[in-house]
Design a protein around this ligand. Structure first.
Ligand code: GLN
Length: 447
């Protein structure tokens, strides 16, 4: 009731929810109370949570921020929805706003309108998980799910003073999570602290036979690892992440945080990830290529938006897709089909796949020498609404520090390290495969 009331009071200003499921939430809360009264349930039973509107929820609209799916009610629950709500007993408050099909860095591509940053409502909350972070930052939910294909958990967490973690590719099931770029997409959580994030992530993780890329490997005790000492931990600062383009205030806050970790016994060194400058161009070939294929299923026939008054099937496809998808999604589909087309495939898609391998090799070398990689999450604090909407390339450069982790598949997180002119600054921790426990441990010790 507390959170539903806050949503009612403050969300008209923020626009962080697409659907609020008040009645179901109260019924789930009653069921949680009953479960706890019987001595059943666990630590998360009865705790509210907001879901990014990219996860299928049976009986509740799942729009993915798109007009295309404005009428879509999923006939099944995503695996993480099952785990968090049915098994762990968390209470779903509603579905959060997001960039359309998770394509964006500012939540301005949503068909449901932009989300405002609670720290300054003239600014963006970041994206694509802008609704998830705005809701948590404004105290409309204690935590929210989010997804990260090229930074969509970490960059919005950084811009709103939150802690967000993108686990290793394959750690969390993608079943029932609407696909953007399947080889990069990974679900995670945003919360107010690493400790909160650890509890929620623990309940989300683990093998799922319904996702062919899910990894069958035991999940570490994320909560149990939080207090481990960090003395002797080797942290590498990639020099490419502190080069031109990084705002001075952000650099200063990140370096102060490094000093704090050093004071706790961490051993700091400079490292190099030489192929970092290639990560944005590589991503903007690979991600649109996969997106163009994934989004081919929205044809106006099976489900989703269907155009009216068409004369033949060709027109039905064209009009339904033309009306259902916004400008950014259409741009990505065109780039994707172009780089995959005969005659261009080798020059773009295959080349990008090769560079992706080099980016992975950078991390492999780095993790032979250090335990963790640390840098800024974003180049600057939250920007003004509308500031970058006319310039897709400057918008894409938002992802410069976050994308490499998705291309390599490694876990990465963002946590707050202070403020510049009253706006939050985030630092990023990247770990080796399946090292989520260590990331959360270091973040928790720092916090
Ligand atoms: N900003 C990036 C994009 O627009 C990443 C989005 C994401 O991680 N979903 O594609």
């Amino acid at each position: 009731q507390h959170y539903l009331k806050r949503i009612q009071t403050f969300d008209p200003q923020l626009n962080s929810f697409i659907s609020v499921t008040a009645e179901q939430a109260l019924a789930q809360a009653d069921a949680a109370d009953a479960r706890l009264a019987r001595g059943e349930g666990g630590v998360l039973t009865g705790i509210p949570l907001a879901q990014k509107d990219i996860f299928c929820t049976q009986g509740v609209k799942t729009s993915c921020g798109s007009r295309m799916l404005d009428s879509f009610v999923a006939p099944y629950d995503a695996t993480i929805v099952k785990r968090l709500h049915h098994e762990a007993g968390m209470v779903m408050l509603g579905k959060c706003n997001m960039d359309e099909f998770a394509m964006g860095s500012s939540n301005e591509t949503s068909w449901y309108g932009p989300v405002k940053n609670p720290w300054d409502t003239t600014r963006v909350p970041g994206g694509s998980s802008g609704g998830s972070v705005a809701a948590v930052a404004a105290g409309l939910a204690p935590a929210a799910t989010a997804t990260d294909t090229g930074g969509s958990i970490r960059q919005p967490a950084a811009l709103t003073n939150l802690t967000g973690i993108k686990p290793t590719y394959g750690r969390v099931s993608r079943y029932g999570m609407i696909a953007f770029a399947s080889s990069l997409d990974q679900a995670g959580v945003v919360a107010r602290s690493a400790e909160d994030a650890a509890y929620v992530l623990q309940a989300m993780c683990g093998f799922d036979p319904l996702d062919s890329t899910s990894v069958d490997r035991p999940v570490e005790d994320l909560v149990g690892a939080l207090e481990r000492p960090i003395k002797g931990l080797r942290i590498g600062l990639p020099k490419e992440y502190f080069a031109d383009g990084l705002a001075e205030g952000v650099r200063a806050r990140v370096m102060e945080a490094v000093k704090v970790l050093e004071g706790m016994g961490a051993v700091i060194s400079e490292i190099s990830l030489p192929n970092s400058p290639l990560s944005v161009p590589t991503y903007y070939v690979v991600a649109p290529a996969e997106a163009s294929s994934n989004l081919a299923r929205y044809d106006g026939v099976r489900y989703g938006h269907r155009a009216e008054g068409v004369k033949n099937i060709e027109e039905l496809y064209k009009k339904s897709r033309g009306e259902g998808f916004g400008a950014e999604v259409q741009r990505r589909i065109m780039i994707g089909t172009y780089v995959l087309s005969h005659g261009y495939y080798d020059a773009y898609y295959l080349k990008a796949q090769k560079v992706r391998r080099l980016i992975y090799e950078d991390f492999r070398r780095a993790f032979a020498a250090v335990d963790l990689v640390l840098g800024p999450t974003a180049t600057d604090v939250a920007f003004k609404l509308g500031a970058k909407t006319d310039d897709p390339v400057s918008m894409y450069l938002n992802d410069i520090y976050t994308i490499a982790a998705n291309l390599a598949g490694i876990p990465a997180m963002s946590l707050s390290c202070g403020f510049v002119d009253g706006l939050p600054v985030g630092m990023q921790l990247m770990g080796n495969y399946f090292d989520e426990a260590r990331l959360l441990n270091v973040a928790h010790r720092y916090q």
